[in-house]
Every structure is written in C-alpha cells, then in structure tokens.
Design a protein around this ligand. Sequence first.
Ligand code: HAM
Length: 435
Amino acid sequence: MDELVLSNLSGTRDLLPEEMAGWHVAEERARNIFERYGYLEIRTPIIEPTELFARGIGGDTDIVGKEMYTFVDQSERSVTLRPEATASVVRSYIQHTMCRGSGITKLYYIGPMFRHEKKQKGRWRQFYQVGAESLGSDNPAVDAEMIEMALWFLDSIGVKGRLLLNSVGCGNCRPGYIEKLRQALQENMPHFCEDCQRRATTNSLRVLDCKVDRCQPYIEKLPVITDHLCAECSSHFHKVREYLTDAGIPFQIVPRLVRGLDYYVRTAFEIVSGDLGAQNALAGGGRYDGLAEVLGGPPTKGIGFAMGLDRLVMVMPTEQSVGAQWRPELYLAFMSEPAFKRAVELARILRHRGHTCYVEFSQGSLKSQMRQANKLMADHVLIIGDNELANDRYAIKSLRESRQWEVTLPELIDYLGSYREKAKEPGAQMAEPPA
Ligand code: HAM
C-alpha cells in the first residue's frame, strides 16, 4: 500500500488557528473600509477556463507562460486555478451585465490565488489576495480614490507602505515607445541576461522589471515611457498626481514601473514595504481600460488593485490582533457528573445569549480545570460543585481581576451582558465584579 502523504505541497501552508487572529483583523478592516467607499463583495470561482487568463493576462507574461496550475478536467476542458482575480471579476461583470448605465460598479474580493513561483520569503504558490475593482469610468479621480482607499486600509492595520506610481501609456502612445525601447535594447543586446534577450522581442516592457544585477546599468539607460505619453495619457497622469496631492498622499514616480500583467494602460502603481525583503510589494494595481473588450465584452473602463494578505499579516504589528485572539468569556469547571450536566446546560443558555463558553469533556480535578482555563486565557471561571448545584448559586472567579464572588443564573446573565458591553467600548476597561 502507498505511504500516507503527511505534508502539504511545497509553497502551500496550513494557516493554524493561532495565526488566524491577524487574518481576521485584516479581512474585517478591508471589508469595513472598502464598503465605506461603496465596494461590494464578489466571489468568483477558483477554477476558470484557461483561456480567460491566457487572453486576459497575456500569453507572454510569466504568470501565463510559467506559473499557472492548469489541468484538463473530465470534460476535456483546459481549466486553471486562478492566478489572480481581475480577469474573473471582469468576466463576471460582462456575463451578468453589471454595467449600470453611466455609473460605476465597485467590487471587492478576498480569496486564494495560485502561482507556481519559486518559493521565497513572502512568496507562496497558494497565497491570498484582498482586492478591489472599479468598472465603468476613466475619470482620474477614480484612480486617486482607489489608491487612497488602499492606503487607508493599510494604515488601519498599522502597516506602512510607500506608493510608487507610473503611467504605462495606452494603445496610441505605447507602440511608438516600445519601438524606441526595442531599438535601444538592440544596441546593447549582448549585455542583457538571457531572459531579457528573449523578452526584447516578445514583451520588451518586461525588460524594465528585470532584477538581474548585470542588466541594471543598461536598464538605467533605456528610454522611459513617461517621456513618450500621448496628450490624453499625459493629462490623465497629471490629474491623478494632482488628486493625490490634494488628498495629501505622497508618491514616488517610477518611470520604469511596469507590471507583470499585460492588461494595464495609463495608471500603474505598487505599494511597497521596507519590512518585507526581496518580495517587497504589498499591493499592485492599475488601470485596464481595454480588458473587457479582450474578453469579448463591451468597451469598459476599469481600474483596480490587489494586496497580498500573507504579506500584510507578516508586517502587521502584533498589537493590532491582540483583542482578536479567541478566548472564552467563561470557562465552566465542574466537580461531579451532575455538575457536568449543569455546566453543559448553563453553557448552552449562555451561548444562546452570545457568550463564548468552554466546557472540558475529559473529567479532571478542579486544579487541572483551573490550569486549563488559564491556558485558554478565559476571562472567568464558573465553579460548579454539589453545593452550588443544590443552592443554584455558583462561584465565579475573574481571572483578570483575581476576584471571586457568588451568582445565581439571572445574576450571571446580567453580569456577562454588561461585561461584554464594556469590553466593546473603545479602550475597554473590563466590567468590575460586584463588591
Ligand atoms: P499582482 O501584482 O500580481 O497583481 O499581485 C498583487 C499582490 O499580490 C502583490 O503585490 C503581492 O502582495 C501579492 N502576491 C502576488 N504573488 C504572490 C505570491 N506568489 N505570494 C504571496 N503574495 C503574492 C494582481 O494580481 C492584479 N490582479 C492586481 C490588480 C487588480 N490590478 C488591477 N486590479
């Protein structure tokens, strides 16, 4: 018989319960802030026809050429685990005719993506993105609002990011620039790495993104797109910068910033962190005005971004998630079989009232139950012995205050109710136990 497979695939990982508090905080704040801007959640399938990404992202990109998890399914159809979500969201937008006349459709998503990349710190083969897409407008104020929202979200989880900004032109001005770029590449071709030499003809913009040391001095000398923008792209770029400045958002123009997906036009941006190492991009995004047409839909303007949740959680200060760690409000300790039954009954009543209660099923001594309550960081322990059962009065101990007092069930319900209300207050002081 085959040996059991006891470990996960390289580049994937289990996110264990003790790691989840940070994820929950980040996801909850993203939802909260994105919804304030009018973005609504969309969930698209994790598997899509391969063609969607080949067409949407571009056949010459690393993602489509090297990194997709693609297989043929039982219906002989080529299917791919999504490497990103923009193509899927635009597909869904077209399929469900979400276009609202002249209005904007704002969508956000949270979920796993898959890319067969070389494993590295902050780079996974299954990773998670939180992203947003705005469809239906090419107003540069939309670009600025989107960037503002991304930065505000980062700020809300205590993460500092630097905004890098560029314009990658459009179908009018980019071909002329690419011609100039190719000529310049030809002049120094032997100095570039093999990948760059190949890209010089297939996808010359990608050369600008090469990280190989020997290419850097030659990349420095290549012409930059911002010197070759048409009047419309130039004006769009100017307005985006103006709106960002009005909003007090600092940015750095990086004329060599090109993104690894072919759908971008005009605005392209990244938010990078100094705390991440080589994989320093927290977020990437930009405008993709022609993507809907490429996918067979009507002309639609669009802009969006996605952030790597794995990376966000890595750099998020731990104090952000302290309050979000799971812990019981009440640990019910019991000292006999009848007391156990009462503990189960009380836990049921209190859970229905919204309290987090913990009852241990393996019967141990009171001492071992107290030890466990401390380990679980329970706020309180309720002690149920035969006397307590007989009188319907229980000893409650606050582990935070090191105090103990007696309660009947109605008193316990009242106390836990007010304890929870106080805990919700900003800078919460926990409810004082009655004297
Ligand atoms: P992207 O730059 O490929 O853009 O990915 C966005 C973010 O996802 C990156 O900045 C990074 O934080 C995270 N990320 C990417 N690959 C990995 C990986 N292998 N491991 C961990 N994190 C990763 C997009 O995906 C576009 N769809 C963004 C967009 C939305 N553009 C317009 N709308």
